[in-house]
Design a protein around this ligand. Structure first.
Ligand SMILES: Nc1ncnc2c1ncn2[C@@H]1O[C@H](COP(=O)(O)OP(=O)(O)OP(=O)(O)O)[C@@H](O)[C@H]1O
Ligand SMILES: C[C@H](N)[C@H](N)CCCCCC(=O)O
Ligand SMILES: [Mg+2]
Length: 206
């Protein structure tokens, strides 16, 4: 059974898109434990709208915070302090994808980072890297931070415009397994997600 934590090299890198692809590929359940920012939609709402299979179950967020900000700040704005013991993995027999918020070292509370949550939940990690100038450094830092914490990387996804010099360097330098890549799409639709899902499913079956 795959139990995966989806993180990225930052915010807006495509974690939710990749989560939708993986949810469809594995007919997995999806959980976003902390949603910071509820408008115009939530990540769970986005994934639900992009997935077609009827097996996937969408577990309710543990925290739904109004402010589209770092979770520790969004929580503080509502007088809340998030705590490790607030988070228990949904009890499911299905594959499960858990999407973080922002990048790996984003704070949930003082002394409590997204990386701590991934570790506490005992999940392997999928890292999403979006290509931009600076993304090599952000990707290598993320992979080092995972290694330093003993978190296992199931695979890295490159999202966006293919940049062979970047991707080849990261792959050779780290030896990280590469999941299929995701190209820039004019529109993100269930059809697009379904097409990538087939490719991702084959990767898991290989
Ligand atoms: N390959 C792509 N083609 C087209 N649009 C994309 C692609 N990847 C991401 N996007 C768009 O970029 C935006 C940010 O992506 P996404 O919401 O998946 O980021 P995220 O990493 O989940 O951010 P957050 O930290 O808020 O959870 C979305 O509007 C998404 O549809
Ligand atoms: C609001 C945003 N879309 C994410 N949910 C949270 C991003 C937190 C980033 C914090 C940081 O790294 O400075
Ligand atoms: Mg997201």
């Amino acid at each position: 059974m795959e139990r995966l934590f989806i993180t990225g090299i930052g915010t807006d890198v495509g974690k939710t898109l990749v989560s939708a692809i993986l949810t469809e590929a594995l007919q997995a359940d999806y959980w976003k434990p902390v949603q910071a920012g509820l408008e115009p939609t939530t990540d769970a709402g986005t994934v639900r709208s992009l997935v077609r299979n009827t097996r996937s179950r969408f577990w309710p967020e543990r925290y739904r915070l109004q402010l589209p900000a770092s979770p520790h700040a969004a929580a503080a704005a509502e007088g809340l302090t998030l705590q490790p013991q607030d988070f228990q993995l949904p009890q499911t027999d299905n594959h499960l994808l858990v999407e973080g918020a922002g990048g790996l070292l984003v704070p949930l509370a003082p002394g409590f980072l997204i990386a701590d949550l991934a570790r506490q939940l005992n999940l392997d990690v999928v890292v999403v890297s979006r290509n931009y100038l600076g993304s090599i450094n952000h990707t290598l830092l993320t992979l080092e931070a995972l290694q330093a914490r003993g978190l296992r990387v199931r695979g890295l996804v490159f999202n966006g415009e293919p940049t062979p010099a970047t991707e080849d360097f990261i792959s050779q330098h780290t030896g990280v397994p590469l999941l299929p890549r995701v190209l820039p799409e004019i529109e993100v639709t269930p059809e697009v997600v379904s097409r990538y899902a087939t490719e991702f499913r084959q990767w898991f079956e290989a």
